[in-house]
Design a protein around this ligand. Sequence first.
Ligand code: WT7
Length: 658
Amino acid sequence: MSESREGGAVDGGASFASLLEEERRFAPPADLAANANVTAEAYEQATADRLGFWAEQARRLTWASEPTETLDWSNPPFAKWFADGKLNVAYNCVDRHVEAGNGDRVAIHFEGEPGDRRAITYAELKDEVSRAANALTELGVQSGDRVAVYLPMIPEAVISMLACARIGAAHSVVFGGFSADAIAKRIEDADAKVVITSDGGYRRGKPSALKPAVDEALTRVSVDKVLVVQRTGQDVAWTEGRDVWWHDVVAKQSAEHTPQAFDAEHPLFILYTSGTTGKPKGILHTSGGYLTQASYTHHAVFDLKPETDVYWCTADIGWVTGHSYITYGPLSNGATQVIYEGTPDTPHQGRFWEIVQKYGVTILYTAPTAIRTFMKWGDDIPAKFDLSSLRVLGSVGEPINPEAWVWYRKNIGADKCPIVDTWWQTETGAIMISPLPGVTETKPGSAQRALPGISATVVDDEAHEVPNGGGGYLVLTEPWPSMLRTIWGDDQRFIDTYWSRFEGKYFAGDGAKKDDDGDIWLLGRVDDVMLVSGHNISTTEVESALVSHPAVAEAAVVGAADETTGQAIVAFVILRGTANADDEKLVADLRGHVGSVLGAIAKPKRVLPVAELPKTRSGKIMRRLLRDVAEKRAVGDVTTLADSSVMDLIQTKLPAAP
Ligand code: WT7
């Protein structure tokens, strides 16, 4: 954890009003509640018998050999779930739906950025996955091996993951925007045997190459084979003997492939999470428990009705959201889903809404960063499209500011769709804290309550659970089926990072508060908490206060070293539409506005209007870089920035320090 804040718990809000003052409430729509997949009873059932509850959810899956054990926690924190069960994950995501007579159902509506379309039924997906599995076997991949996947958002990304799962090889998906260096480190750490990539993908209206980064990585580390999908047709360098085309090797394979059953604890995938410093952590997920929770949560949180819903998660396959809520959750549930290759503003800023309209999307799952961008682009853009098919909206990745939540509900959800703000992590594998759309009276900005079968709470520095109204650290107090099993190759780091801060509890690294009803409000990473004149103030709360001002679309707040107050709050804001960045009165207004919402202590010392904010490729604001700017230091490592020119832009726009 971060050592940077002494006594680092987040204040209980005693000294100033806060997010907990948010009083808007939204009841579930009556028809949704009446037909919901999961009702309030699930909480009672899971409380009465947590392991029995999960054993029942495991029966959502088709096992080659049914588990008789649920949890083995005899060697904490190393869990085994359903350890004597055997299953094939790909069979569960594909074959069984075909066997059940749903082979003609569309599994994937693919929409390429240039507008090309492909509909893939479950029967076709079964053939494709089988061919790819046969091809990987021919290339020498065996059960227990690792395969790196570096692809754009095309169906072959999902097919590759499932083909690996089918033959018992763990995939390690590397986000298509990452550099050669990141690929090399991940190949090396996991000792991958094969890389699956493509010539390129379409991004912002043009082909963007992928294979050169793999070629460069492979000058430093080696693999046996590189399997290359042709997506854009652009020129590629070719290493004979190592590189093979997907359309040569996969297309000629038989569409018959008998899935073998693997142990429930057989590795399914490794996914690297950057952490704030040091070597990337290879988060290891295994098969039976992971799939149980991915499947159950997708069914429960999105209320998925596979016969009628059209589901769309806008995440990239390179993030855990793409793993659990594009590949494994939806496909294990037999969903029909949209996969979109490109960016939301290509060729126009209404592209997402055009897709919702075109496919009749009913469930949309996206990130606060996207929602705030849509707010900035203006209400008139979604208003041009027919979004009436939507019935459930989801959010993930960061705390969602109440104002962005309300905007999402009103402008996208016709003021009727429930919003599920889902808290989880790469490490948790699946959703942990979230409203249930047919049960929960929602509160803008709060993920609210641990799902049935999940135990989460907020503790103070001494590991004592805080009372309602109190704040501190989010912890998970019982093991859960889709928990990470370890950090690949580094059990000690697994123990140190997650299980050492509070004895016997999983430390998530996030600050949180409980409101008077005991509902949980996430406050951002504890590393980002500010200490101003002895008060802990969360960046999330100040940012939400700024975003609640009509002139502000987005805000990022940092604590910069200050001689008198320890840290001083510096806010970087993106203004909406017509607001003028040079307007000194507006800046004064914004400071005053935060003061009136949160109290004088939370008033930013400086408010700096900027055109862009530095974000990771998954859309999280990199406050560390803004802290460098605010403290007038050379800006640190920018390699994980989505757009590295943003920092230059911010620095040139910066007014002289007062
Ligand atoms: C971190 C995990 C979970 C998939 C995508 C991110 C933050 C995530 C929420 C939310 C507040 C959230 C947390 C968490 N986070 N969802 N609904 N409310 N914060 O996965 O990259 O592993 O990041 O994202 O800080 O610890 P990840």
